[in-house]
Design a protein around this ligand. Structure first.
Ligand SMILES: Cc1cc2nc3c(=O)[nH]c(=O)nc-3n(C[C@H](O)[C@H](O)[C@H](O)COP(=O)(O)O)c2cc1C
Length: 405
């Protein structure tokens, strides 16, 4: 008896969590943890579509690794009792300098797809982006989110359709456009080649076995309406109602002739800010600003297009030096922690954007997973600011970081 009492006085019993999603989330402490849970819960082909990159995946790996080559020069004794992570992006308030990047086929991770991510972003007061290849329509998303919404444009050969989408986005209250400029043809994603990945997934023997050992995903997939490219159903021969490989789709539908002149064309029906997504050199950043482009999206598409392309974080400082105070610079790719946000801002970015982190969270725990992940990023940003002696985003300056030799 006495021993049990002693034991109880030193050990606090953890309360039992009945909610399975809550239980799963309690064990997740980093983006890599969401990734591991998503890997366990999603069919192999689905996980590889999200996780993979082009060719040898060297750019994919460097995108995150380059952040580890930067260290802080933290300042102490600065009264960090009041740290404020908020900022504004194109004049609109955001709770931190972070944007949810556009991703195609988001419903493949969870039936709610874009609706879940858009709602979570709005709750967190962060801009969220809808891809041209989205699996929920512009109007469906606008109906569930009054948060800041950006639309991402892929330029099809059918320019009339592009214009129509942009006009619909403007009508629905979207505030900025990403024009993706790194996808003239699709990068060779060898995991998808090996798996014979098509969108939507073709059902063969392999898929059935894969589905059987990932029953949660399979039930969610079967119980909900089919996944399609919701913005273009019936308007485009590859609208997601028949299975095609992404590479075939891009080759057939995307306009390889896209050039600098097309920015003027976009301006004839869009008067908000335009961000070029996929700028990879100082020279192109300079040309974009000379043409009046408001935003420079330093990006290699999360390592999914040209392998051995430069990493976004390595471009931030040279591009900022060239542009001076002009243009909003967004560092897109490889951001996995709040500390990565601080590093990008210190080198001269105005904001960062993330793709896989929310995709993993969605696959791991649905909409609540995305809420949880955004809170993780915000905590990390807040903590890093407190530990390095800065109280506001404006106080983060170049002196705060150095590249390791
Ligand atoms: C599964 C997946 C789908 C994507 N689809 C698109 C897309 O439709 N349009 C686009 O411009 N970028 C797309 N991207 C790229 C993201 O917008 C973003 O540039 C990239 O994910 C950033 O890198 P990160 O995943 O390391 O955060 C996609 C990325 C992933 C992982």
């Amino acid at each position: 008896m006495g021993m049990i009492q002693t034991f109880r006085s030193v050990v606090q019993f953890d309360s039992i969590t009945l909610d399975p999603v809550e239980r799963r989330l309690k064990k997740i402490a980093s983006i890599d943890d969401y990734r591991k849970v998503a890997k366990r819960r999603l069919p192999f082909g689905v996980f590889d579509y999200i996780d993979g990159g082009a060719e040898d995946e060297r750019t994919l790996q460097r995108n995150t690794r380059d952040f580890s080559d930067i260290e802080f020069r933290p300042r102490v004794l600065r009264d960090v009792s009041d740290v404020d992570t908020s900022t504004s992006i194109f004049g609109r308030p955001a709770s931190m300098p972070l944007i949810l990047a556009p991703t195609g086929f988001t419903r493949i991770a969870h039936s709610q797809g874009e609706l879940a991510v858009a709602r979570a972003a709005a709750r967190a007061s962060l801009p969220w982006s809808l891809s041209t290849m989205g699996t929920r329509s512009i109007e469906e998303v606008a109906a569930v989110s009054d948060g800041d919404k950006w639309f991402q444009v892929y330029t099809w050969k059918d320019r009339g359709l592009v214009r129509e989408l942009v006009e619909r986005a403007r009508h629905a209250g979207f505030t900025a456009l990403w024009l993706t400029v790194d996808t003239a043809v699709l990068g060779r994603r060898e995991r998808d080649v090996r798996r014979g990945m098509t969108l939507p997934p073709k059902i063969g023997l392999g898929t059935i076995l894969d589905g059987a050992i990932h029953p949660w995903w399979t039930l969610d997939f079967l119980r909900n309406e089919p996944i399609t490219f919701a913005n273009v159903v019936g308007r485009n021969e590859d609208d997601g109602t028949t299975a095609v490989s992404l590479a075939e789709h891009v080759a057939r539908q995307f306009d390889q002739a896209l050039s600098w002149d097309d920015i003027d064309w976009l301006r004839t029906f869009w008067d908000g800010p335009i961000v070029l997504k996929g700028i990879q050199t100082v020279a192109d950043a300079k040309q974009a600003v000379a043409l009046g482009v408001e935003g420079i999206g330093l990006s290699n598409h999360g390592g999914r297009q040209l392998d051995d392309a430069p990493t976004p974080i390595s471009l931030v400082e040279p591009v900022r030096q060239e542009l001076g105070a002009d243009a909003t610079i967004i560092c897109d790719g490889g951001v996995r922690r709040g500390s990565d946000i601080v590093k990008a801002i210190a080198l001269g970015a105005d904001a960062v954007s993330i793709g896989r982190p929310y995709f993993y969270a969605l696959g791991a725990a649905g909409e609540r997973g995305v809420d949880h992940m955004l809170a993780f990023m915000r905590d990390g940003l807040h903590r890093t600011m407190a530990l390095s002696g800065v109280r506001s985003i404006a106080e983060i300056d170049r002196d705060l970081v150095q590249w390791k030799r």
